[in-house]
Design a binder for this molecule. Sequence first.
Ligand code: NAD
Ligand code: UDP
Ligand code: UDP
Length: 336
Amino acid sequence: QTTTKPPPTPSPLRFSKFFQPNMRILVTGGAGFIGSHLVDKLMENEKNEVIVVDNFFTGSKDNLKKWIGHPRFELKRHDVTEPLLVEVDQIYHLACPASPIFYKYNPVKTIKTNVIGTLNMLGLAKRVGARILLTSTSEVYGDPLVHPQTEEYWGNVNPIGVRSCYDEGKRVAETLMFDYHRQHGIEIRIARIFNTYGPRMNIDDGRVVSNFIAQALRDEPLTVQAPGTQTRSFCYVSDMVNGLIRLMEGENTGPINIGNPGEFTMIELAELVKELINPKVEIKSVENTPDDPRQRKPDITKAKELLGWEPKVKLRDGLPLMEEDFRLRLGVSKKI
Ligand code: NAD
Ligand code: UDP
Ligand code: UDP
């Protein structure tokens, strides 16, 4: 005969209708470009406690300096390829270098970060019952044969090229997310992020917007990689962060494209930077790197319908906001 145990008495503090516990949120890669802006937004809500883990490969404490010492904030030096024990309600999993020069620097480490890092964060989510959001990428579409890219498109990715550690790494990360969801019932969210720009990007990280702005401010020629007709669609970081939070808080697993559908060739981008920042600067054509996608533009119908989200900041308005930050960091004042 089985005896029925009485249900456990809820802790009066935790379950009192007057007391709502804080939401404890882990942000991996929170010292990086997008991560630090996400932390700023999450910290605005007084009910949030934020824990950042980062190995500082491409991120820096400087990006988080205004939160260090804050009672609702904690920063840990930690590599996500190692197991992590923390108790949290939500995980924003961003840890991974995003710029080609950094993710190609140690490709084996990049794929370990994507695969073992994501596995560890999913193991953590499973143990503590947390919801987990992965920042995947438009690179899962590779050099796309469908334009603009919808979430249904499976992509055209080289499995053995120099970008594969990143592209295929993120594809495996997405697979792991869905397998943990189906097999263990983990609550998952997947964002496919398209090129994002804004203040705090690493000045010399090789990405096109940061390169062009730094070059324009240093009076160096803007290096358009051949042929220059390849396209990208650039999303301002505040729009990106709002999209990520909408996705985490909503009911859809994704994958959902988050990006700005305004599409520009690299020549058009160079001309816009020249017009807005330094009309005297030269534009020159330089050699490209292998496997460079020829075109990229998100179809954001899903984000609009399912998240009620769309970007608000146009490239023309976002570039000057980034210029201001780069001027401060490079010590170049505006000529009047
Ligand atoms: P970033 O390089 O500025 O930030 C990545 C952060 O992760 C850094 O702080 C870095 O130190 C940290 N990190 C890297 N490897 C780690 C590891 N093994 N353990 C712990 N921390 C580690 O890049 P970002 O632009 O802020 O990108 C953030 C996320 O968004 C990444 O997952 C990236 O793949 C994704 N994403 C970004 C873009 C973009 O245009 N910026 C586009 C698509 C996807
Ligand atoms: N893991 C972690 N933190 C946790 C729980 C798990 O880092 O709080 C790691 C764990 O070390 C393992 C991975 O997540 O490598 C996957 O965990 P899971 O429990 O799913 O798999 P298992 O440990 O059974 O292989
Ligand atoms: N690019 C360029 N000049 C630069 C750096 C990049 O013309 O100084 C081009 C590059 O060839 C690519 C596009 O800009 O077509 C975007 O490159 P980035 O590295 O910023 O991002 P991703 O290739 O990951 O989209």
